[in-house]
Design a protein around this ligand. Structure first.
Ligand SMILES: Cc1ncc(COP(=O)(O)O)c(C=O)c1O
Length: 370
């Protein structure tokens, strides 16, 4: 089986699994308990918090564990209401876990607008500047897109918001671990992360925050995670996420070099296919991602045919692949419906090999010819 769908999820790294296992058996205490079982687990959670903090270069108190990137995004968006301003902005290529909660801000009398991207999926600083009004209190722009891998210049966009005192959030679920991510250098106030995109477990993530920003929980209960995320912690998940973050920090550069080399081979290998376009190829992208468009095919059918040949890719974002509508990300980049519906996303991972890339190239060409 060739698994080229790492932006949907990654397999757990064996070292991550090993770190988690004792917390499913031996260390079963509740971290809120004052006795030694609880204290031992609390210490381990503190260590995981340090590992996440080190990955994005913040202090551990700035990290809140959540059930994943979706929940981190939802908590981050609570800052829009706290800003007491009536206008908020997001890019037009955000993940549904931003789009849906942002749209709900209308219920709180906050008018939300999308910032246009260019044909490469990028937001130009002057476009952001002209979208900001005196009433803008909150901006959310993802660092790297899950479908195309296109990387926004968050440091520049964040600086624009900072100058105007606007709270700036970035969804770094896809970029973290694949790029060198520095919270402070990016000029952001809030950042979302997820465990299962970096060889950690599913169902765990984190919101990294500037303590000056007022946040509200999405649900209420006990005092865990400074009351911003109440409920007994997903201990094994948090430990695994911490270990995955530690490995990501150690291996980020070597993984990126390896992935970039493989992707170059892949894109060279398919470049002769008539009418083929790689979305966002004109700008910086995540080293592992190629969103391939070919006007002669249907992306979903191609995905199924590759699946029959034991090759797993995605037809756009995993979270929206139930719908037959063209990807809003590709539409925002100006692609016509037919071309957008032909898209398949190839996302490589640390286990991917040159042999697999060669098999994929041959299978893609043969399938299209059929
Ligand atoms: C850019 C982006 N943000 C958020 C999420 C949601 O993260 P999670 O699956 O941890 O809820 C995803 C998952 O696909 C994503 O790609």
């Amino acid at each position: 089986m060739i698994y080229f769908d790492h932006n949907a999820t990654t397999p757990i790294d064996p070292q991550v699994l090993e770190a988690m296992q004792p917390f499913l058996t031996t260390f079963y205490g509740n971290p809120s308990s004052l006795h030694r079982h609880g204290r031992a687990v609390k210490t381990a959670i503190d260590q995981a918090r340090q590992q996440i903090a080190a990955l994005v270069k913040v202090s551990p108190e700035q990290v809140i564990f959540t059930s994943g990137g979706t929940e981190a995004n939802n908590i981050a968006i609570s800052a829009a209401k706290a800003s007491k301003k009536g206008h908020a902005l997001m890019s037009s290529t955000e993940h549904p876990s931003i789009v849906e909660p942002m749209q709900r801000l209308a219920l709180q009398d906050i008018h939300v607008e999308k910032i246009a991207v260019n044909s490469n999926g990028l937001i130009a600083a002057d476009i952001l500047g002209s979208s900001i009004t005196s009433n803008t209190g909150f901006i959310s722009i993802m660092q790297a897109n899950n479908e195309t891998g296109v990387i926004q210049d968050i440091a520049t966009l964040g600086a624009l918001a900072k100058e105007r005192g606007i709270i700036f959030h970035t969804d770094a679920v896809q970029s973290c671990g694949k790029l060198d991510v520095d919270f402070g250098a990016l000029n952001v106030n809030l950042m979302s992360l997820s465990g299962h995109k970096i060889y950690g477990p599913k169902g765990v993530g984190a919101l990294v925050y500037d303590k000056k920003v007022n946040l509200s929980p999405v649900f209420y209960g006990g005092g865990q995670e400074t009351r911003l995320r109440p409920g007994t912690e997903n201990v094994a998940g948090i430990i695994g996420f911490g270990k995955a973050a530690e490995l990501a920090l150690q291996l980020q550069e070597s993984r990126a070099t390896q992935l970039l080399g493989l992707r170059k081979k892949l894109e060279e290998g398919i470049s002769g296919i008539a009418g083929l376009v790689i979305a966002g190829s004109g700008v910086e992208r995540l080293p592992n991602t190629s969103q391939i468009l070919m006007d002669t095919v249907d992306g979903e059918m191609l995905l199924m045919q590759l699946d029959q040949q034991s090759i797993a890719v995605s037809s756009g974002s995993a979270c929206s692949s139930n719908s037959k509508l063209p990807s809003p990300v590709l539409k925002a980049m100006g692609y016509k419906d037919k071309l957008a519906l032909s898209a398949i996303r190839v996302s490589l991972g640390q286990q991917s090999t040159l042999e697999e890339v060669d098999v994929f190239i041959a299978a893609l060409k043969a399938t299209i010819n059929r």
